[in-house]
Design a protein around this ligand. Structure first.
Ligand code: ZN
Ligand code: ZN
Length: 341
């Protein structure tokens, strides 16, 4: 079957691989119909993904169709369209036992640590498939990305009416904006890129955006009636931004690191203590997040229509991929169509 392998940085290879085995008990064989491309894939392509092994079949944002089931399932049938929760957890470590499958101690992510969906068919555990008879394949392929924001907002227990600052309006930051708004928060977005801020204003109903300057604390206080935001999300993965984010949170507030980078984040402890801040990391998402997102998308609360800015067919993806890396291309989300409709 047709497969795209990333042999080494900057080198995709279009090739043929073996068909998967017939599904065993608890497994489903699925046809990959849509692939979303994200920062993780770009980093892998550029050789900037830490702990990444080559060759690897990428693809962790998947809209699929069930073609065979290895065992009876009450929820799932052949022909169902699903999103794939690509986080393969062990099921018995302390995190898994606590239901925190997203941060399993030996987590394997499809398309990152193990081969993913840049091929025609894959085997997936039935319990990692989340079906919807309403959502389109495009929407299903976006659910994994949306999960990052949904889980981050859930981690921070965002309340209705609270002032929330989201730093970094890339695709991941946008997912945070989306779910913080859905939780009823008043969202302010900060980014160095004016185009991204404009996107938030025109497509995500964000009325207050700002560029980071020396006056940012004052500007935020003006926007929040003299207070600072009670929750600050940093989705930049940029150490200076993460370091600076501590000063934007209100006393008693929380700071949530959504983006990550390979290194140390430092902060001035007296400020951290004076405000009694809560610092939270957030990672991936859970089955519960997937179900919640599907519900919100089906109800039209979360609309991702403006997000997909670039498309390619599977056969043409390798040629188009590097152009999506160009900041001038203005890619928010690129999706790959697989097979015939
Ligand atoms: Zn992704
Ligand atoms: Zn585990």
């Amino acid at each position: 079957m047709n497969t795209i392998v990333l042999d080494e940085p900057f080198k995709f290879r279009f090739t043929q691989t073996e068909e998967p085995d017939q599904p065993g008990p608890g497994e489903a064989l699925v046809q990959v119909r849509r692939l979303g491309i994200c920062g993780t894939d770009y980093h892998a392509f550029r050789g900037r993904q830490p702990f990444f092994n080559y060759p690897r079949i990428l693809g962790h944002e998947l809209g699929v169709e069930v073609i065979a089931l290895g065992s009876e399932s009450r929820e799932l049938h052949v022909g169902d369209r699903c999103a794939v929760e690509p986080y393969m957890n062990c099921g018995h470590c302390i995190a898994c036992r606590a239901g925190k499958t997203n941060c399993c101690a030996s987590l394997k992510v499809l398309g990152v640590h193990v081969d993913g969906g840049m091929r025609e068919r894959i085997l997936v555990p039935i319990h990692k498939l989340h079906r919807s008879s309403i959502l389109s394949l495009d929407q299903l392929a976006l659910i994994e990305t949306l999960g990052i924001g949904a889980h981050a907002v859930d981690r921070a227990s965002i309340q209705k009416g609270e002032n929330v600052l989201v730093i970094g309006a890339g695709p991941i930051g946008l997912t945070v904006v989306q779910f913080a708004s859905a939780a009823g928060a008043r969202v302010i977005v900060m980014d160095v890129n004016e185009n991204r801020l404009a996107f938030c204003r025109s497509n995500l109903q964000v009325s207050d955006t700002l560029n980071p300057t020396d006056d940012s604390v004052k500007v935020l206080e003006e926007l929040c009636n003299g207070d600072l935001p009670t929750a600050v999300f940093d989705a930049t993965g940029n150490p200076e931004s993460m370091h600076g984010a501590f000063k934007f949170a209100a006393s008693g507030g929380r700071l949530i690191f959504v983006g990550l980078f390979l290194g140390d984040v430092t902060f001035y402890d007296p400020d951290f203590h004076r405000k009694e801040l809560s610092l939270l990391a957030t990672r991936n998402s859970t089955a519960r997040d997937f179900e919640r997102i599907i519900g919100l998308m089906e109800a039209g609360v979360v609309d991702t229509t403006p997000w997909i800015t670039h498309r390619a067919h599977f056969n043409d993806m390798a040629n188009r991929f590097s152009s999506w890396l160009d900041p001038e291309a203005g890619v928010i989300k690129a999706v790959v169509e697989c097979g015939a409709e």
